[in-house]
Design a protein around this ligand. Structure first.
Ligand SMILES: [Zn+2]
Length: 341
């Protein structure tokens, strides 16, 4: 409620991501949401929920029904793009996300025609159709998409790609160009469905993997190209302490930056000023997985007081995360927002 007028959850989230909200802080997740408790409650578990559109929808929707956080966020992993471009996957287990078994190891000649009919892209599109039919339209729909550097790393082998940023920049560019061409096609197909937020996930472009100058030189132009290609509200997530590259992330064309707890929200705000919204940064491991009510309450309050625009887990949820802790994150956000209004 704002001034006695009810504002839809999707309007709240989009407004906050565009930096226009001054008196409310929504709570959401732009990273993977599924947990074992949700799998049990929905009867839709990993790994089947990665390949069956109905199970994917059921599991994603159960995050919303169990936690009360108004969002439906798919998928639960970051390998479907690599699979579409020819990587063999291990589909993981109930408590383990799929991973690339073997990089393609060579540069595919080109992005196959009609790339979006490949692999499990159709599973995502079908799940979005089910969401459109079954979920109230004021619930924000968030789709996670693997970023170009992470996808290029799946194709080339991440150790190779990281090494080539120093020794063979042309090959890095070739892989990135191919990855970005595919991602543009994929984003275009997502644009034919009702998607409120696209969340670009670039774990392999973290400062643990490549230098800030390599990020600026190789990754930022590709992220910009993707951002320019879609009108949908966009969030960029990079793992770890991304403080040294926040300035470049903020210049890449995304409305929101999703940051982990390693990033000080105060410091981040000084760097990005009001140019982008900050999303996060509740630690998914030490707080949401291992913490208790007080740990979650303290982390939530700290994030809000330091100026987070949207409260969310700082990275993907661990499958064993207790529902109770996610509910505490939501309730504390609501309590604090009401208190300071
Ligand atoms: Zn992360």
């Amino acid at each position: 409620m704002r001034g006695g007028i009810h504002i839809d959850a999707d309007t709240q989230l989009i407004t906050a991501l565009h930096g226009e909200a001054t008196d409310f802080v929504p709570v959401t997740s732009v990273t993977q949401t599924a947990t074992l408790e949700q799998m049990k409650a929905s009867g839709a578990a990993w790994p089947a929920a990665h390949t069956d559109p109905h199970k994917l929808y059921m599991l994603a929707n159960t995050f919303r029904s169990l936690t009360g956080i108004p969002v439906i966020r798919i998928p639960f992993e970051i390998t479907l793009e690599a699979e579409a471009l020819g990587c063999a996957l291990n589909m993981g287990k109930m408590d383990k996300t799929p991973y690339v078994n073997e990089p393609v190891g060579h540069l595919p000649d080109s992005v196959p025609r009609d790339a979006t009919s490949l692999g499990r892209v159709s599973v995502i599109l079908e799940a979005l159709d089910l969401i459109e039919q079954k979920v109230p339209h004021d619930v924000p729909v968030v789709v996670g998409v693997t970023g170009p550097f992470t996808l290029a790393g799946h194709l080339a082998g991440i150790e190779n790609l990281v090494k080539w940023t120093r020794t063979d920049p042309d090959t890095v560019q070739e892989y990135l160009t191919l990855a970005t061409t595919f991602l543009n096609d994929y984003l275009e197909s997502l644009g034919t469905r009702s998607v409120d937020v696209v969340s670009i996930l670039e774990p392999s472009a973290s400062t643990d993997m490549i230098s800030p100058s390599a990020f600026k030189r190789f990754v930022m132009p590709m992220l910009k190209e993707l951002a320019d290609a879609t009108e949908t509200t966009k969030v960029l997530h990079i793992c770890g302490d991304c403080t040294p590259i926040l300035e470049y992330m903020a210049q890449s064309g995304y409305s929101g930056l999703s940051v982990e707890s390693a990033v000080s929200v105060k410091k981040a705000r000084r760097i990005v000023k009001e140019s982008v919204s900050l999303v996060g940064n509740i630690d998914p491991v030490s707080v949401l997985l291992q913490g208790d009510h007080d740990t979650v309450a303290e982390a939530t309050e700290k994030a809000i007081l330091e100026g987070i625009d949207v409260v969310a887990p700082g990275c993907g949820l661990a499958p064993a995360t207790p529902t109770e802790n996610i509910v505490t994150m939501r309730k504390e956000t609501e309590r604090i927002v009401n208190e300071y209004q």
